[in-house]
Design a protein around this ligand. Sequence first.
Ligand code: ATP
Length: 284
Amino acid sequence: MSYIEMKGISYKYPVGDGKVLKDVNLSLEKGKVYALIGANGSGKTTICNLIRGFIPHFFKGDLDGEMLIEGKDIREWEMGDLAQKMGYIFQNPFTQISGTKDTVFEEIAFGLENLRVEVPVIKERVTEIIKLFGLEPLQNKDPQQLSGGQRQRVSLASVMVMDPEILIIDEPTSQLDPQATEEVFKIINIMKQKGKTIILVEHKIELIAEYADWVILVEDGKVVMEGKTKDILSDIKTVNHGVMLPQYALLGYEMRKTGRLNEIPITESEAITVFNNWIVGKEE
Ligand SMILES: Nc1ncnc2c1ncn2[C@@H]1O[C@H](COP(=O)(O)OP(=O)(O)OP(=O)(O)O)[C@@H](O)[C@H]1O
């Protein structure tokens, strides 16, 4: 049994014409990082909405096929149970802060407080997450005074403190500068190491190359390619579906035209090895 499974899923929102998902079949395992990629409007967020039950519980529309979490159809799940199982982090870090708390520590504690968890337990769990994510310098600051990147890290901590099994992260760095982006991804990597199942929508292909285990390429509501990150992001066919390959891969293809290149690299560390071998090969 797959952890998360879509079988022949088609979906049309109540408003708007035509299906936005068309016969989507996916099978996701526990503990992996899945990247959803594809052009704007291809259906990535809609897939996320389906996994977290917003479709069909909040967005009605026409849903065909089976959407299963741990073998149970999404229609049969209670939203409260799904909310405990999954955490959701979305694009805009400014809308995720509650606006009611004076410090970052209290902000991270907010969800546990709502669940009426006992105060000593809250303190312990919040302290643990702050330490894990390296947020100690921020813990006494006013959440409203934080930068976008700091807010996004606090949002991730607020979700992680609830200990969800699945994290759905929709373009978390779209409004952040490169340094803040890197810090957010360091935290996503910690979540990965903690064995969370992560579904990540992200346009920055270099980050996907670095952090995702599996890539799902969506085009016009259909899954057109999927596979191990290395296989998809080193395959030139990917560019036919509105997605750029990592710069290292594009350079790899150019270099291959001028000499033997055993492998198309997708990350910096792979590029260093592959290009070094290429230079040695040329000299021999
Ligand atoms: N609430 C809605 N009601 C009607 N149509 C919607 C709704 N949300 C999204 N759509 C439409 O569904 C299609 C898929 O949108 P979706 O947001 O899933 O794409 P996406 O790949 O996440 O895009 P982006 O990269 O821009 O976030 C688009 O044509 C969009 O206009």
